[in-house]
Design a protein around this ligand. Sequence first.
Ligand code: DLL
Length: 433
Amino acid sequence: MTYWDPRIETIPMTDLKKKQYKLLKSLVYRLYSFSPFYHDRMKEQNVHPDDIRDISDVRKLPFMFKRDLRDNYPDKLFTASQEELVRYHVSSGTTGKPTVVGYTQNDIDGWSTSLARGLTSIGLGRGDIIQVSYGYGLFTGGLGLHYGAERIGATVLPTSVGNTERQIELMQDLKATAIACTPSYLLHIGEVAEKMGISIKNDTCLKAGILGAEPWTESMRTRIEDWLGIKAFDIYGTSELSGPMFTECAEQQGFHIWSDLALVEIIDPKTEEPLEPGEKGEVTVTMLQKEALPMIRYRIGDISSMEEEVCACGRTHPRIQRIQGRVDDMLIIRGINVFPSQIEHTLMTIPEVGQHFQIVVERKGALDDMLVRVELNKESFSDKINDLMQVRRNVEHRLRNALNVNAEVELVEPGSLPRFEGKSKKVIDKRSM
Ligand code: DLL
């Protein structure tokens, strides 16, 4: 087993908790003493740094939300001066002002370390050529992976997004061994390669994908691995916490949470109480070592569950499971909760279905209607109307069983739905337009 830093990654749990407690305590003292925002928040919650006597006392601290960053735009929450900052990233978001994140040199180092650990844990290192096809710039994906890949001594091919044919040419000519991008962009790359007469599986040296920044499912992983002949690893993070930070290891059993850097709680979003390992709830993170924008008990809005058992890879840091959805992307269709991930999971187990789909929800009269547009794969696309009717009935039946709600299905030609180079947009909810 290769580790980036075994002393930290395999530290016994009790020592890890002690380390976390020390870091939390000094963070809380620092913020209470020097940041008016945190000082006021703690006072409102009636909590003083002296009340933090154990790591579980994190629960006494107030929560933070994305709106706190927006309300304090652009930099009122920063706890480092502008001279100490070495970088900004900006996340556009869908409503209102963007959120701005500042980084000190130590913040960049901690972030790169988390990615160096992750990339090492999937078996990458010196000699690997990592094509970074996440966007470079204000988005954290490109530069984040770039710094992590350099840290492990790999060679970076910084293609960023777009110009897909050139990406494929470079992947082939420079013998890239891994690619980091959104899963939807990798699907697009795979299709464009086929059109160019290139098989990613047979004609390139690609062996791993580091795929994230958007939800995807286990059944999509199987499809990608079989089709492209690579191992597909999930990577998770959000700009407010730095960017991509938590990666699955070679075991592919959830993201390791580097707990010397981040303290993760899973809470019930309604009662705000902590949940037991294995129970699904909202991911809530405290950044223990960040200087410019620490974030305490930040409610990300993503849904997952915690796994505290030591991983088969030997790393003691707890894992969270693949993101199941967001507290706010749950669709309520005729009173039934539906997550887009359930739809993807079901569709990907149907052999005639291709990789791409789109969900359209609208209100007809008093009722919600859900239409799922589904691309067929090339082999199954036929103009024999009877065959298509049968596939459609089967897809509708499978979706009804999985979701407990009717979805109308429209089968569409391979290649006809929009393709995405960054994050994909799979849901069009006309009710909120
Ligand atoms: O997407 C950071 C990132 C870059 C992660 C590259 C992974 C790889 P934001 O643009 O701020 O940051 O979006 C963060 O995207 O709260 C999740 O809802 C979603 N997300 C990110 N990774 C995953 C994933 C980057 N692996 C938001 N699975 C998060 C599911 C993900 N959702």
